[in-house]
Design a protein around this ligand. Structure first.
Ligand SMILES: *Cc1c(COP(=O)(O)O)cnc(C)c1O
Length: 354
């Protein structure tokens, strides 16, 4: 794929590297590529970051035909820039696209677009400890058409955002509200995709939990509100009686996280038993009560690992690991971030240098 490049003549001021937060700052350039029926994907270009021009009848604005991804680039101590498993995100965006009738994007285009954009904006990859460059690829249906239909025109876009340490004072256990009114996904739905509509539909529950002082919701299955799906925008894992259990993916209601998969692989190399299966809220509640629930944590690109210190189950607050960070939780966080920031040898072949 040939990418034409137009560099900005008006670079943005440097951000405040100490106080980046998450998603507040974007870089100087963006990648865009068009799709039209018959021509396929074409006109790959890197141009100065700026607003898009869209027809108000564009399908994405009415029917939410959009999918996205999220991954990061990490600045190593010896000045390299590493991506973490970008091919996994390339595969996943196509799985999401397929569900929304969006045409497939060749995986090598996805990875090349990211590599070349990150390279052009490499000075935007922050160097302070635990900071990184968040990469947000997305595909939108741009065809102007008010009828509900499979679109004939799309844009694939990549933007970048330098982000701060997720936990300013190190790993921090969070309080989780078990949501038993709203649901996130159902069998046969779009739960396994990263499509914008899923997150729009999750906002009301997220806002409700925030107002009550919880940082995330724990989603139950949409049909019976009995099985555990995810926490917020993370996958969830529980250490019960020495075994790490995580909800299985087969129902299609759960987002198949790259972090989830990486944690499972690490645990397997360490010889720690893991199990992917359905797990009921009742089982979790029981385990918490008879002290076999040893640790609980969320997994996702943004926070990597998010220890769970407390669960509100039907109004009852239940401490996990005495509200502390579990030992294994900390070990997983350290191991994964050591690989991501290139502090240890990448024996699993997960990092890709830019
Ligand atoms: C992105 C996401 C995850 C985590 O996926 P990673 O690839 O690990 O970042 C989990 N659940 C939901 C709903 C998500 O959107």
């Amino acid at each position: 794929m040939e990418i034409t490049k137009t560099l900005t003549t008006n670079p943005k001021p440097e951000p405040d590297w100490q106080n980046l937060g998450f998603g507040n700052v974007t870089t100087d350039h963006m990648f865009i590529m068009d799709y039209s029926e018959g021509r396929g994907w074409h006109d790959a270009r890197i141009i100065p970051y700026g607003p898009l021009s869209l027809d108000p009848a564009a399908i994405v604005l009415h029917y939410g035909v959009e999918v996205f991804e999220g991954l990061k680039a990490y600045h190593t101590e010896d000045d390299k820039i590493l991506l973490f498993r970008p091919q996994a995100n390339a595969r996943r965006i196509n799985n999401s696209s397929k569900r929304l009738c969006i045409p497939e994007l060749p995986e090598e285009y996805f990875v090349q677009a990211i590599k070349e954009l990150v390279d052009i904006d490499r000075n935007w990859t922050p160097k302070l400890p635990d900071t990184s460059l968040y990469i947000r690829p997305l595909i939108i249906a741009t065809e102007a058409q008010l009828g509900v239909k499979r679109a004939d025109e799309y844009k694939f876009i990549v933007i970048l955002s330098p982000v701060g340490a997720y936990y300013a004072e190190g790993l921090n256990p969070v309080k989780i509200f078990v949501e038993d009114e709203y649901v996130r996904s159902v069998r046969g739905g779009t739960g396994f995709t990263k499509c914008g509509g899923n997150y729009a539909a999750g906002l009301a529950a997220q806002y409700k939990a925030k107002q009550m002082g919880y940082s995330q919701v724990l989603w139950l299955d949409g049909a019976e509100r009995k099985y555990i799906d995810e926490v917020g925008t993370m996958n969830v894992m529980f250490k019960i009686n020495g075994e790490v259990i995580t909800p299985e993916l087969s129902g299609g209601t759960i987002l198949p996280g790259v972090t989830r998969d990486s944690v499972l692989q690490l645990l397997q190399t360490w010889g720690i038993p893991t199990c992917e299966r359905r797990i009921t809220l009742e089982e979790l509640h029981q385990a918490a009560q008879n002290n076999t629930l040893e640790e609980a944590f969320g997994t996702g690109t943004a926070a990597v690992i998010s220890p769970i210190g407390m669960l509100n189950i039907h109004g009852q607050e239940i401490a996990v690991s005495n509200g502390q960070i579990g030992q294994l939780t900390q070990k997983i966080y350290d191991a994964l971030t050591d690989i991501q920031w290139g502090r240890v040898a990448d024996t699993l072949g997960w990092t890709v240098e830019v």
